[in-house]
Design a protein around this ligand. Structure first.
Ligand code: ADP
Length: 169
């Protein structure tokens, strides 16, 4: 069974992420989308909430599983019996860091390959940060995040804005 891991922050999952998930899912028998938890980076959503949003938007793709982990990716892949890491590339600016990560992962787990999928042209500008910034300005989010989670992203942003306003009063 060919198992791959698609790691990321997914804070929150965007249409660009979902496009990579769908395209990777047809290339492998099993795709694990893993929210990599970074204790130093506090996101808009908690890791568990990100998992829940990812599960909702991938519910109709049978060979996709969603998980969260604070392990080193190379160790996590070994633990899951995965031979491949999937990454999306938006621009050359993504490449340098991702290439370095691929080398490190192979050094730590010699059997681990990294496969890069190029972003679909209309999503090359899209990131979770952009989606959050647009939510701050109450721009409709349906073109940027999957439609079924757009209201959740907006509501979470409103909560954060409300908390910030209270703190500055
Ligand atoms: P970001 O916070 O930049 O949106 P993540 O850390 O969650 O990204 O990204 C996880 C993976 O998804 C990375 O390999 C990243 O390059 C890729 N990715 C992010 N956005 C897109 C997009 N719009 N199209 C294709 N791949 C993407």
């Amino acid at each position: 069974m060919r198992t791959a891991i698609y790691p990321g922050s997914f804070d929150p999952v965007t249409r660009g992420h979902l496009d990579i998930i769908k395209r990777a899912a047809v290339q492998f028998d099993r795709l694990i989308v893993c929210v990599m938890v970074n204790a130093e980076k506090k996101g808009l959503f908690t890791p568990q909430e990100r998992v829940e949003l990812l599960r909702r938007v991938t519910a109709d793709i049978p060979n996709v599983e969603v998980d969260a982990s604070s392990s080193l990716l190379a160790d996590y892949a070994r633990e899951k019996g995965a031979g491949c890491v999937v990454k999306g590339l938006r621009a050359m600016s993504d490449f340098e860091k991702e290439f370095q990560m691929a080398m490190i992962n192979r050094k730590l787990n010699p059997g681990l390959e990294t496969v890069f999928l190029s972003a679909r042209q209309n999503y090359t500008y899209l990131s979770s940060s952009i989606a959050k910034e647009l939510a701050m300005y109450r721009v409709p989010l349906e073109d940027f995040v999957p439609a079924e989670i757009a209201a959740d992203v907006q509501a979470k942003m409103e909560e954060q804005l409300c908390r910030q306003t209270r703190r500055t009063e």
